[in-house]
Design a binder for this molecule. Sequence first.
Ligand code: GTP
Ligand code: ZN
Length: 358
Amino acid sequence: MHQNLTPTHPISTPLVGTVIAVQANFCQVQIDPETEAVGGKLILCTRRARLQKIGVSAIVGDRVTIDEVDWQSAKGVVTDVFPRHSLLDRPPVANADRILLVFALAEPALDSFLLSKFLVKAESTGLQVSLCLNKSDLVTDMQRQEWCDRLSNWGYQPIVISVETGVGVKELQIELDRQITVFAGHSGVGKSSLTNALIPDSNIRVARVSGKLSRGRHTTRHVQLFTMPTGGLIADTPGFNQPDIACTPTELPRYFPEIRQRLAIAHCQFSDCTHRDEPNCVVRGDWERYAHYLDFLADSIAWEQQLQSQPKLESSLKQKSGSGKKQYEPKLDSKYRQISRHTLIQSLDELAEELDVD
Ligand SMILES: Nc1nc2c(ncn2[C@@H]2O[C@H](COP(=O)(O)OP(=O)(O)OP(=O)(O)O)[C@@H](O)[C@H]2O)c(=O)[nH]1
Ligand SMILES: [Zn+2]
């Protein structure tokens, strides 16, 4: 897969791809891998003026059509942004399929309360949540098994790996095939090591460039998707590292598989049961994370009270109802900022340089 090679025969446009990096009004789009002759190529794009006028912006993960491609310079124009099937706010990622929570079995020691908090935060996105336990080389088989059994009671089947020895890494890569996965987890668990293990040599350059870009002078919050050889895309971002409980007491029970299981087979007497001290509650009981639930319930009550005392914020996404499936339309910018052609070309070239595009 070579970048910036002019195809030997005409390519019919528009082409469809995924936005893998965004900065200001520019984005890098990876053409869908199955596209004939140009699949996998990276095209640096501006947004078509019409999209800019109506304020449609593209974020990382967006599916877009591109046109007016100059194959010599690998530059083009985004002509349309497809509706999103999911939207994460922090980090801003469209169409993510799954959150992969990475924790270490040791160094740092696995803290069940912190893990629980991360899990609740991950569940609150509504995306599929998977748990990956790294550094299996630092624990005995028995310790590993104990954690797996314990987490199975929480409703999770962890994927156990060791980036150090390579155990489980290939299997994880296959598992993440054809999806957009957002990595989350606190510092030191091995997220960066895992990202490097999952990205082949040819992409390491991108990872390094990303580091440079994230320190770049125009950059505020940078997210980038990396392509794995299996075709899956991963985002390793700092956005998830504060697992604060930011949901209402009504929402909280949905984020515990144990509670979901209990409520699937029985009902509490009160439909608005908080599962704390109400009579005939089917949730309250002798299960490991019930204490965590009570703790987070107190946080969620405080969060809701704080929210109610604040002026209502405008929703950051516009939900389209229809076919029964949730869809999110790209949000409209509140302002349309006119950029001079000179600034546009200059910024495009700067971005191209930063992204290391010839
Ligand atoms: N023994 C062992 N050490 C590992 C493994 N994976 C990563 N490490 C080490 O753990 C340390 C932290 O790894 P990083 O990849 O920097 O962790 P991170 O989660 O990206 O941390 P931040 O960059 O701080 O967010 C490094 O010293 C790694 O070499 C593993 O599977 N086994
Ligand atoms: Zn109850």
